[in-house]
Write a protein that binds this ligand. Structure first.
Ligand SMILES: [Zn+2]
Length: 482
């Protein structure tokens, strides 16, 4: 220890002498004169001294995470974060990213975009017509950032909680003039050569296993089936699905809990190589529950996506000179605003409107359960404690309507798509929490962009959604791989 300290002192003295000598050479001249000052390198045996003067490695943009919360506007973010804090938990992890910006989301043909045009704008830098994927407004095929980076040798991952052929993920690999052309989108997915896909199944691929094999993919349906070897291309088409929409809602928990985080961890494990990676990770069901004005469920979807962001942050902590994390949205859904209320009401709901309709309501209908017996079931599922007489009366009216309407299926003007009792419960949660929905559709409000890491400086300001692509290219050009 003594010897090392001695070496260190000698090295520092040498360094001081050399610096003095260096300054001496330029005495009298301005430091900004034409002559540039070369970095001083001293060879020494002392390990601590060496550490002091080792040149800092230049940042290289090797690993890129792009998180997209579908329908995640500023109010959705604030609602979720306030609910977390009110519930004694940490706020959303990305709120304190050092760089903040915002995107204008209008599409080529409208002030309000759909997910296909928004995804295409972000992935290609071109505004297009609502419904188009990877095509410009004249239907010319345009290369996506994921395809360009694949061609440059990077590993590519596309992860989502909705189906793999849904608009947002498809905007990174498909080229078709209708987001509902699921067969073409699936063809493009298999042809992409991307290294890893994870999501909630496909709309229609009865022969998915054969096609995966033909196209060099291993197809699995759960994390347990993930191959140990990270070689080869992999598709995780989850079996935890809800209809043809995608994964089960996050709020319903079970095996679905932490799914997106686990998928992100698997992607990191498979894609981290010296060539670098680009991965798009979508919290796809925020949009869905904002369409249906189910506040507790959209909050759960956002918390679910944030868990995946935390995995990216842990990776960033290990690779701070090589990683960029972006968190943004494609558009806002539901025209959400916040008024006074108890935000913890959002965390007390433990069932989605979907599962309420499919299980609780069906069971009550089948057993002709009287309201007095049904009420505690719905109250505990939606966290509606201490019901007032007015609230109880409201639920009773909706419960009776659930029995006396034209079945099967309903589309009541007052109650919307869900069963009246389910709608009454989610409305009550939102009212207690102070969350208001002004719409059941998308809106044109700007959406936030949060950035941390190498190249994050290019994402500050207010800009068109196409700039996300431009800024990514700028960041990649500024911090090239050596
Ligand atoms: Zn939508």
């Amino acid at each position: 220890m003594q010897t090392i300290r001695l070496y260190k002192r000698i090295a520092l003295m040498l360094l001081a002498l050399l610096m003095f000598a260096g300054l001496g050479c330029t005495r009298g001249a301005s430091p900004s004169a034409t002559q540039s000052i070369e970095p001083i390198v001293i060879a020494t045996d002392a390990p601590e001294a060496t550490a002091l003067i080792t040149p800092v490695p230049q940042p290289q943009l090797k690993y890129i995470f792009l998180f997209i919360g579908d329908g995640m506007g500023p109010a959705q973010i604030q609602t979720t974060s306030e609910a977390l804090v009110a519930g004694g938990r940490k706020p959303l992890s990305f709120l304190d990213f050092p760089v903040k910006g915002s995107q204008k989301t209008a599409s080529y043909d409208g002030s309000v975009t759909d997910s296909a045009a928004a995804s295409t704008a972000m992935s290609t830098g071109k505004k297009t017509i609502n419904g188009y994927l990877g095509l410009d407004s004249d239907k010319n095929r345009i290369e996506t950032i994921a395809e360009a980076l694949r061609n440059a040798g990077r590993k590519i991952g596309i992860l989502t909680t909705v189906s793999l052929d849904h608009a947002t993920p498809a905007g990174f690999f498909a080229h078709v003039d209708s987001r509902r052309s699921y067969a073409t989108i699936t063809d493009d997915l298999f042809a992409s050569g991307f290294d890893f896909f994870a999501g909630g199944g496909f709309h229609s691929t009865p022969d998915a296993a054969d096609r995966a094999l033909e196209n060099g993919y291993t197809l699995i349906h759960s994390f347990e089936e993930a191959p140990v070897s990270t070689d080869g291309n992999l598709i995780l088409s989850s079996n935890l699905i809800f209809g043809d929409y995608g994964l089960l809602p996050a709020i319903d928990g079970g095996a679905r809990a932490n799914w997106l985080k686990k998928a992100t961890d698997l992607a990191i494990a498979r894609l981290t190589t010296p060539d670098g990676f680009f991965m798009m990770v979508e919290g796809g069901r925020v949009d869905y529950f904002c369409h249906y004005n189910d506040a507790g469920s959209f909050v759960a979807e956002l918390i679910d996506m944030d868990e995946a962001v935390q995995s990216a942050l842990a990776f960033y902590a290990q690779h701070p000179q090589e990683t960029l994390i972006l968190v943004t949205a494609d558009h806002e859904t539901g025209d959400v605003s916040l008024t006074a209320g108890d935000r913890t009401a959002l965390l007390k709901q433990i069932i989605s409107s979907d599962i309420s309709d499919n299980t609780l309501v069906q069971e009550c209908l089948a057993a002709k359960t009287p309201f007095e017996e049904a009420l505690p079931l719905f109250a505990s599922a939606f966290g509606l404690d201490n019901l007032t007489d007015d609230e109880t009366a409201l639920l009773k009216e909706a419960y009776i309507k659930t029995f006396y309407q034209n079945r099967p299926g309903n589309n009541d003007e007052e109650y919307g798509t869900y069963e009246p009792i389910t709608t009454a419960c989610i409305d009550l949660v939102a009212a207690r929490a102070g969350v208001r929905f002004g719409s059941g559709g998308h809106t044109g409000i700007d959406v936030p962009v949060y950035a941390i890491g190498v190249g994050s400086e290019f994402f500050a300001g207010n800009y068109e959604n196409t700039n996300l692509y431009d800024a990514l290219l700028q960041a990649i050009a500024t911090y090239p791989l050596s």
